[in-house]
Design a protein. Structure first.
Length: 309
């Protein structure tokens, strides 16, 4: 060992471990740096959270403002809040009760959920667990339908339902849900079913079970995470759907919540912003309640989805 290296190793300032007083100082410096980094991270997170929550806070405050004070006002909350925007909803819109719009949306949303879970799970079982000629080709064609824009199919579908006399009914909005046309949910369930052990099917066949019994008693209970995920997204998509009801529904008594919000703007372009914001906030409650009701099952299913055997 050279004299220079011996000098460096013998220097207490160069080796913090040799100086007992240097170790606490280095620890304090490291803690300060970690604290400063953590503080900066929390400040940045709060800033992003404020940007994300600003529209929600503005909507809540706007629902308690007079109509003329909503547009152009920079105040998030009014100095003199009013509840007329909420109480006015009890009078309905154009002699139609608000509960009518909510019941129509709830009927379509629950009907869509039932149709997607039934038809898409059947189609997914066929693609994932049954071997038949052309299975891969049909699955690829089904995935290819995801590339088709909705507007490409809009006019042919409308002409078809018009010739069938189904305009101004809920059939055009629900029929596709029972025919497994939502390729995304079929793909989601197929990928989940393919991860299930094949030994379960073989054991069931030894007991004399057919495909329907295996599908209903074995595969469906194990696919609960995929089913609940599909149900949540289907409910939200159907509840918030505006284009479909706008095209196929003509009778205001059959309007959904999304179309009911449009009725707050009269033919002269004058809008009741206060009532519109109040109703939009109330319209969020069923979606939030549906998600919270199934969130526990979704998390439990995802936690156990990796278990096999």
């Amino acid at each position: 060992m050279s004299s220079a290296s011996r000098g460096l190793s013998a220097d207490p300032a160069a080796d913090p471990a040799a100086d007992p007083a240097a170790a606490p100082a280095a620890g304090r410096v490291a803690r300060r740096r970690r604290g400063a980094g953590s503080l900066a991270w929390h400040i940045g997170s709060l800033a992003v959270l404020g940007v994300v929550l600003y529209p929600v806070i503005w909507a809540i405050g706007g629902s308690f403002k007079p109509n003329e004070s909503i547009v152009g006002s920079l105040d998030l909350f009014p100095t003199d809040p009013i509840v007329a925007n909420y109480s006015g909803l009890a009078d309905g819109i154009a002699d139609i009760s608000i509960s009518t719009f909510f019941s129509n949306s709830l009927f379509l949303a629950l009907g869509s959920v039932a149709g997607v879970l039934f038809s898409c799970s059947l189609a997914a079982y066929a693609f994932a667990r049954i071997k038949f000629a052309g299975r891969n080709l049909l699955f690829a064609l089904m995935i290819g339908t995801l590339l088709l824009p909705y507007h490409v199919l809009l006019i042919p579908q409308y002409v078809l339902f018009q010739k069938m006399g189904l305009i101004n009914t809920y059939t055009p909005l629900l029929l596709g849900k029972y025919l497994a046309v939502d390729a995304f949910f079929v793909f989601l369930m197929v990928q989940f079913m393919r991860n299930l052990p094949k030994e379960l099917d073989e054991a069931a066949r030894l007991d004399g079970c057919g495909h329907l019994r295996i599908y209903w008693s074995i595969v469906l209970p194990l696919c609960r995470p995929a089913l609940i995920t599909s149900a949540i997204f289907t409910f939200i998509n159907s509840w918030n759907d505006f284009m479909g009801p706008l095209i196929y529904l003509n009778d205001p008594s059959k309007y959904t919540v999304s179309l009911g919000l449009k009725m707050f703007v009269d033919q002269e372009g004058v809008a009741n912003y206060g009532g519109m914001i109040a109703m939009s906030l109330i319209a969020l409650l069923p979606v939030l309640a549906f998600f919270l009701a199934f969130q526990r099952y979704l998390i439990d299913g995802m936690a156990t989805s990796g278990l096999k055997g």
